[in-house]
Design a protein around this ligand. Structure first.
Ligand SMILES: [Zn+2]
Length: 106
């Protein structure tokens, strides 16, 4: 049971899901009406129901956290790359500056 559950979790789409993996239907956003999660948004399959839980179901706030983490990772990666590029350009400029000073002394 737990192996099956973790397997199913691994199959989940990261971030906002776009479609149901069971039937291929486009995901829609619904509002929970249960007392435990009243008003909480979730992405679900229009063909899913309380009885048939094999269709897409994912809390939207959890998807949003994944989206934010992924965007942050992407930004961190891009910023790291830009900092490296910037350092290389500064090194090139410094070398030109040294050459220019040598030429001016000649
Ligand atoms: Zn479905």
């Amino acid at each position: 049971m737990s192996a099956n559950l973790s397997h199913r979790r691994a199959e989940r789409q990261r971030g906002f899901p776009t479609f149901c993996r069971k039937c291929g239907e486009t995901a829609e956003i619904f509002t929970s009406r249960t007392l435990k999660n009243l008003g909480r948004l979730f992405h679900g399959c229009p063909n899913g129901s309380e009885e048939d839980k094999n269709h897409l179901f994912k809390w939207t706030d959890e998807s949003a956290v994944e989206e934010i983490h992924d965007i942050k990772s992407l930004f961190d990666e891009k910023i790291g790359h830009l900092e490296l590029q910037s350092q290389r350009y500064e090194d090139v400029l410094r070398s030109y500056d040294k050459r220019l000073k040598i030429w001016m002394m000649l």
